[in-house]
Design a binder for this molecule. Sequence first.
Ligand SMILES: *[C@@H]1O[C@H](CO)[C@@H](O)[C@H](O)[C@H]1NC(C)=O
Ligand SMILES: *[C@@H]1O[C@H](CO)[C@@H](O)[C@H](O)[C@H]1NC(C)=O
Ligand SMILES: *[C@@H]1O[C@H](CO)[C@@H](O)[C@H](O)[C@H]1NC(C)=O
Ligand SMILES: *[C@@H]1O[C@H](CO)[C@@H](O)[C@H](O)[C@H]1NC(C)=O
Length: 426
Amino acid sequence: MFSFKPIRTPQTQEIMKSHETQEDPLQQESRHLHQILISKIFKSHKFFQNLVLCSFLIGFGFGLGFILNFHIRKVSFSPQLFRLSSLASSSSLSPPLQPPPTQPEKCVFRNETVTTDVNDEGQKSHSLMEPQNVMHNMTEEELLSRASMNQEKPLKTTKKVAFMFLTRGKLPLAKLWERFFQGHQDLFSIYIHASDPLYVDDDIPQTSPFYRRRIPSKGVEWGMVSMVEAERRLLANALLNAENHRFVLLSESDIPLFNFSTIYSYLINSQHSHVDIYDIPGPAGRGRYNRRMSPVISRRNWRKGSQWFEIDREVALAVVSDTTYFPLFQKHCRFCYADEHYLPTFVHVMFPEKNANRSLTWTDWSRRGPHPKKYTRRLVTAQFFRNLRNRKEGCVYNGEKINKCYLFARKFDDSSLDRLIHFAHL
Ligand SMILES: *[C@@H]1O[C@H](CO)[C@@H](O)[C@H](O)[C@H]1NC(C)=O
Ligand SMILES: *[C@@H]1O[C@H](CO)[C@@H](O)[C@H](O)[C@H]1NC(C)=O
Ligand SMILES: *[C@@H]1O[C@H](CO)[C@@H](O)[C@H](O)[C@H]1NC(C)=O
Ligand SMILES: *[C@@H]1O[C@H](CO)[C@@H](O)[C@H](O)[C@H]1NC(C)=O
């Protein structure tokens, strides 16, 4: 459900990766033009004439909006309709998990005590204790506003990496990850967003790092804005802990390519965030831009990229606090694969200099078509690991060219678990 992406091959990625310079001034310019236009209208001798015309247009717009809104609602209530109209192959779509998003926003899952690090005042004193349970009863609004209010500098004493798993249910490769995390308890936190409402984590052994790490979760549908909402939910929960410095998004079919110490130091010492960004013409790129997002988001600022990101605390904070760009995606990019566009566009506009412009998660797009290649047991070999760990083409890390370009890889079949454990040497 999370993994299949339309029309994307490494070839197009490489060719089209844009090296444009930043375009921030453009946005300011359009805002400026907007203001000039408004002042002109008011100064004009034809002010009253315009007023009459405007009122007419507004009235017309209202009527049209009402009709459209009604129509769109009808469409969105029926997942079948979306399925038929989308280019996606139906096999890759998740079943509709939850009722439509018109219900009151609530995250209440269980009545349990709020974790210690939610407490703003007591945060520093509790800081060395990773809360045992990340379930809480905050509403979505409370959660996001708490997370974005948590502006204090990240704690310098303990620097943790937040591993955020966006899954349907249980992690099929948990055994591999448990090996990976073993012995590093003070250096990471785990957050799981499991969209399957039937998922329970009570049967996970208490010794597992995945024990009770599920955050209040909601349904997620492939290609829909609900995917980005889930990502923001994960970020908000992870931000509540001031020890978290870096934030990685992972799927249930991801594996780590190196041992914990290597990945940890790569992330903690990086001067950049890792968000895949490119600009491609055509229906799978710029074609998904919706003109109604203008002038806040222009077509020239529209970007695409893999959803699997790694960002630092500053960017994470900006994402959960974003009340400018994200509402436009919720409104105008509901079916436009928002997960491939929201963060690339946001980071391109807000933090162009902070981004390494590449993803740390390796995906095999060599097989043409909408789905990346899935790795089964047979394909997992020692040579395979060597190739992923040491990239001939190289990449830039803190200004230097290196061969360690990917820290994670996807997507791996459940059947490959024993061979992954054998060859990964974690
Ligand atoms: C919620 O938890 C509190 C304290 O644990 C308890 O007193 C209360 O009865 C619980 N409420 C419900 C509805 O279960
Ligand atoms: C959350 O639960 C705590 C106790 O478990 C309770 O004091 C608080 O009122 C609850 N908050 C909401 C929003 O339900
Ligand atoms: C992790 O991997 C690196 C490089 O492969 C190695 O030098 C280091 O000893 C390993 N660390 C542990 C704790 O195994
Ligand atoms: C990433 O691209 C932006 C332009 O979009 C550029 O300013 C920045 O320097 C690039 N980052 C790196 C690490 O090259």
